[in-house]
Design a protein around this ligand. Structure first.
Ligand SMILES: NC(=O)c1ccc[n+]([C@@H]2O[C@H](COP(=O)([O-])OP(=O)(O)OC[C@H]3O[C@@H](n4cnc5c(N)ncnc54)[C@H](O)[C@@H]3O)[C@@H](O)[C@H]2O)c1
Length: 440
């Protein structure tokens, strides 16, 4: 059965503000990239919203429009950038420090980047041990700090004459926090903010402030934030989209392609060892065991969900899965990720797969920030509220409704994303059955 939508998608009139908590490597690579594309200096490689197409109807119809022509997305020219960071560097200086983009890319847009100066952050070193910063808000309670963020959002909207806003978290990975009673309901959460409870991390305050101001919020790090019942309650109460968590960029992207392939062929896995070297600030932050624990949880869940050992105990009942991240400054943002996969085939004979991905972290993450900003804005204009599972495609640790197993397989995620776009625009879902091409 094809489920067609009766939703009305509001047009993308006016300017869209993109506010980024965290103006480090990912955020500045994203902003600089969009500006370069706007000036015709570069191509938005890696961005599904800018380069992707979507097939509509039967294969014989030959209808494959660009996604950005099919759904009403904000235009790149209508994006206005801002953000918060405890480090006061403007976007140009921050991009230079991050060292991702070369001068050939930064120099032509230096003035534009220098005009983007971070607002003082809600920051507490307790949650990110390896960072210090001077550009930090002061307030008696966490509630006061969150109210200051709300004022920032309102002011930014007013000053730039914006029609709408989205927030995409591009700040650091915080220490591991287990969901507890203070995250269970909105009332408990708001009480805990007023009482400065330690389980209320800065990222949660940004998320709360965003939702209170009617702004969709996407979480790019593995921090809990909107992955709590309290903030999900708020998102539903305000009919706002939320998404997370942890951008799926390098090693996990490969993992969510390779593991489904092995499972599709019913090949067994006895071990999966993943290690990384990385030398940027994110690598330094993750060198702290408490921040690493947050990342580790995010990276480890993937295999379990894809392989379903409870259904295939003889193939995946005993997988030894290990993930390591090693801070190694000489490589800066150019991460190297190795995977050693011990697999077994017919009659249990062992084989090995080795992957060595020499990637660039922020180059892979920047187009994800763009797509999330545009799709979250689309979701809001389409009246989509709560967890946006169709955006799982972009996340290592995708959020799903309580009781649902999250979907990690990249190509199922892609199908879900494209079918959601078809659904929004009242087009038929594509089932890939295809029997009609062969039967009279
Ligand atoms: N690049 C990737 O491939 C990738 C993939 C998945 C997730 N991530 C996550 O994205 C985030 C950004 O990565 P990055 O490489 O840009 O790191 P980065 O260290 O270069 O930038 C993070 C910035 O956030 C700032 N910050 C920290 N706490 C803050 C707060 N409370 N409020 C506002 N700003 C704050 C820091 O000062 C820093 O400038 C990290 O959490 C990282 O784990 C990155």
């Amino acid at each position: 059965m094809n489920r067609e939508s009766s939703r009305t998608v509001q047009p993308a009139h006016g300017r869209l503000g993109v506010l980024l908590p965290g103006m480090g490597a990912v955020a500045t690579t994203f902003i600089a990239g969009v500006e370069s594309v706007r000036r015709g200096l570069a191509q938005p490689v890696g961005s599904v919203t800018q380069l992707g197409t979507i097939r509509l109807g039967k294969r014989t119809e030959g209808r494959s429009p660009a996604i950005r022509d099919f759904v009403p997305l904000a235009r790149l020219d209508d994006l206005v950038f801002g953000g918060w960071d405890p480090i006061p560097d403007d976007a140009y200086r921050a991009a230079k420090v991050a060292g991702v983009l070369e001068d050939a890319h930064l120099a032509p847009i230096a003035d534009f980047l220098k005009g983007i100066v971070p607002m003082p952050a809600v920051f507490d070193q307790y949650y990110v041990k390896k960072l210090t910063g001077s550009n930090v808000k002061q307030g008696k309670t966490k509630r006061d700090l969150a109210e200051q963020l709300r004022e920032d959002i309102r002011r930014f909207k007013r000053d730039h004459a914006l029609e709408r806003l989205v927030i995409v978290w591009c700040a650091s990975t915080e220490i591991f926090i287990r969901p507890g009673p203070v995250h269970a309901t909105l009332a408990a959460f708001e009480r805990a903010m007023a009482e400065n409870h330690p389980d209320i991390a800065p990222s949660m305050l940004y998320a709360w402030a965003a939702l209170m101001e009617g702004v969709p919020f996407a979480m790019g790090a593995p921090n809990l934030a909107v992955d709590t019942p309290a903030l999900q309650e708020l998102a539903l109460a305000r009919a706002l989209p939320i998404a997370g968590k942890d951008f799926k960029t390098g090693q996990t992207l490969l993992k969510t392609v390779l593991a489904p392939m092995l499972k599709a062929r019913m090949l067994g896995i006895s071990g999966w060892y993943s290690t990384n070297i990385l030398g940027n600030r994110d690598g330094e932050v993750l060198d702290d065991p408490e921040s690493f624990k947050t990342k580790e949880e995010s990276k480890l869940g993937v295999l379990e969900h894809i392989l379903q050992p409870e259904l295939y105990p003889e193939l995946y009942g005993n997988v030894f899965h290990k993930v390591r991240i090693n801070y190694y400054p000489p490589r800066r943002d150019n991460k190297e990720g190795w995977d050693n996969i011990d697999i077994f085939g017919w009659l249990g004979y062992p084989m090995q797969i080795k992957v060595d991905f020499l990637c660039r972290d922020s180059i892979l993450a920047a187009p994800i920030v763009l797509d999330l900003a545009l799709f979250m804005d689309l979701a809001q204009r389409s009246g989509m509220e709560g967890i946006q599972e169709w955006l799982s495609f972009y996340f290592k640790s995708p959020m799903a409704a309580p009781g649902l197993v999250p979907e990690n397989d990249l190509f199922i995620q892609q199908t879900k994303l494209k079918n959601t776009l078809r659904y929004l625009m009242g087009e038929e879902q594509i089932t890939h059955l295809g029997i009609e091409y062969y039967e009279r």
